[in-house]
Design a protein around this ligand. Structure first.
Ligand SMILES: Nc1ncnc2c1ncn2[C@@H]1O[C@H](COP(=O)(O)OP(=O)(O)O)[C@@H](O)[C@H]1O
Ligand SMILES: Nc1ccn([C@H]2C[C@H](O)[C@@H](COP(=O)(O)OP(=O)(O)O)O2)c(=O)n1
Length: 225
């Protein structure tokens, strides 16, 4: 068994809609590595807090919720990832912009971030891990051997999200999504603890106008030159 610190990690951070989830899942599948969707953990705590009717302004209750909520990941028969919160499949609720905004709000509470830290690090298992989020390269896996920071223009990110949600039958407007994305970018980048920013040693990839496969190839080339 390798020491945990010897297990390779690729971190993929970036703002909403930059393609972190899509690229991370594809790269993890190609490498045969594990995948951590850290945003799903924050979203799950936000959703569980909503189910329990907790006050989003009550940090102590949210920290308890972060420790106590059982969050499981599994693939459905088609191989699509599902997220199970306290035994309930909450995948669809988790992907809404309401859940994203709740996640972004509770993610600004330092004690909530600490409560989720060890859970995230436990995903580092052989033969390797692709970790997607906001602070994977800066805080959770600062010793990762490969770090990527994905970006894309806010307009393109809103367009991508619009298509994604429309395909799922969710009713949204492009204008509304752009506003939500800009508000979330600002909150995630300006919070005091673990703000969204590239690690000093991250490779930045601007994916505006770049197709998914092209981005996957660029990231793979970093890991397997
Ligand atoms: N390079 C790309 N070009 C076009 N669409 C993309 C690209 N990367 C991701 N997408 C699409 O954009 C949407 C949002 O991507 P996602 O991976 O959920 O982003 P994030 O995890 O950063 O929020 C998805 O529908 C995805 O298929
Ligand atoms: N490592 C992380 C991951 C997510 N968050 C917070 C901030 C984000 O706005 C929310 C939701 O993250 P998620 O990655 O699911 O959102 P997007 O798919 O990028 O829209 O959670 C965080 O603070 N740190």
């Amino acid at each position: 068994m390798p020491e945990t610190s010897e297990i390779p990690v690729l971190t993929i951070d970036g703002p909403s809609g930059s393609g972190k989830g899509t690229i991370s899942r594809a790269v993890a599948a190609r490498l045969g590595w594990h995948y951590l969707d850290s945003g799903a953990l924050y979203r799950a705590v936000g959703v569980a807090a909503g189910w329990a009717d907790l006050d989003l302004a009550d940090p102590a209750a949210l920290v308890r919720c972060a420790f106590d909520t059982d969050i499981g990941f599994r693939a459905d028969p088609a191989g699509e990832p599902r997220v199970i919160i306290n035994g309930v499949d909450a995948t669809d609720e988790l992907r809404t912009e309401t859940a994203g905004a709740a996640a972004s709000a509770i993610a600004a509470i330092p004690e909530v971030r600490s409560a989720l830290r060890d859970r995230q690090r436990a995903f580092r298992r052989a033969p390797g891990l692709v970790a997607d989020g906001r602070d994977m390269g800066t805080v959770i896996f600062p010793d990762a051997g490969h770090k990527v920071f994905l970006t894309a223009s806010a307009d393109e990110r809103a367009e991508r999200r619009y298509k994604q949600l429309k395909d799922k039958g969710v009713s949204v407007t492009l204008d509304g999504l752009l506003r939500e994305i800009l508000a979330r970018d600002a909150r995630d980048a300006h919070r005091a603890v673990a703000p969204l920013r590239p690690a000093d040693d991250a490779v930045r990839i601007d994916t505006t106008g770049l197709g998914i496969e092209a981005v996957v190839e660029r990231v793979l080339a970093l890991v397997q030159p």
